[in-house]
Design a protein around this ligand. Structure first.
Ligand code: DC
Length: 227
């Protein structure tokens, strides 16, 4: 099945499986996959290492200028690098997850990330996941999917992922982090998480990955008239 050079935007709550679905779509249709959340996580790690975010999540305004010296890029297998250093593992820690939402609520941080996202978008044939891709970054995206799932399902998924990586999280910590992030992400002033009017909603609480894929494939076939 060959689909045109479009932008596919996948937004939704934390741990709804956006990146797994986006990666699969990218492989299947030969698209470039871009994880916008990784960039917010990279900025968060940077702010932590530079001492520009407090334990109480107060962001030091000096971060704005410091961002001029930050270089993030995606390397092999889509892993995120800060300069020469692969930071993929660090950006997935609970420490970074715990401070990423306040950092992502800062307007100049969003501008900094958006600039990178737009540069990728110019190439077309891209599937990008995040919170505001279909509403703010690429409102012109030709296919928008908004993902949801019950809190219990999402927390268990995130917990299992961390355990599989050899971490020892507490389930209630994972739930707390999801709740906090969803709240901040959907209540911030700049580009809050919300479903774009023209986005198709996918609640995958009770779906297998194969069912999700079949749903997306049906959507693409219907929308672009491809068999
Ligand atoms: O998708 P993720 O969980 O890795 O994203 C981490 C955080 O980054 C998320 O809590 C909110 C923020 N984010 C955002 O504000 N806008 C995006 N497009 C992507 C992520």
């Amino acid at each position: 099945m060959k689909i045109p050079d479009i932008i596919i935007a996948i937004d939704g709550y934390s741990s709804t499986g956006k990146s797994s679905l986006a990666k699969k779509i990218a492989r299947k249709f030969d698209f470039l996959y871009l994880d916008s959340g990784a960039l917010y996580r990279g900025v968060t790690l940077f702010a932590q290492e530079e001492g520009l975010i407090s334990r109480l999540n107060t962001v030091n305004p000096a971060l704005k200028e410091a961002l001029g010296g930050l270089e993030l890029h995606f390397g092999a297998e889509g892993k995120l690098y800060m300069g020469p250093r692969c930071i993929e593992q660090q950006i997935r820690s609970l420490e970074v997850s715990g401070q990423v939402s306040p950092i992502a609520a800062v307007p100049y941080v969003r501008e900094w990330v958006d600039e990178m996202l737009h540069a990728f978008g110019r190439a077309g044939r891209i599937v990008m996941d995040g919170r505001d891709i279909g509403t703010a970054v690429f409102p012109e995206a030709q296919l928008k999917i908004f993902m949801t799932a019950s809190e219990q399902v999402r927390a268990q998924r995130r917990y299992d992922e961390m355990v599989a990586k050899g971490e020892t999280p507490l389930l209630e910590e994972v739930v707390k982090n999801l709740r906090e992030r969803d709240y901040i992400d959907s209540h911030r002033e700049t580009a809050p998480l919300r479903r774009a009017e023209d986005a198709f909603e996918l609640d995958n609480s009770d779906m297998t990955f194969e069912e999700e894929l079949a749903w997306v494939q049906g959507l693409i076939q219907g929308k672009f008239g491809i068999l």
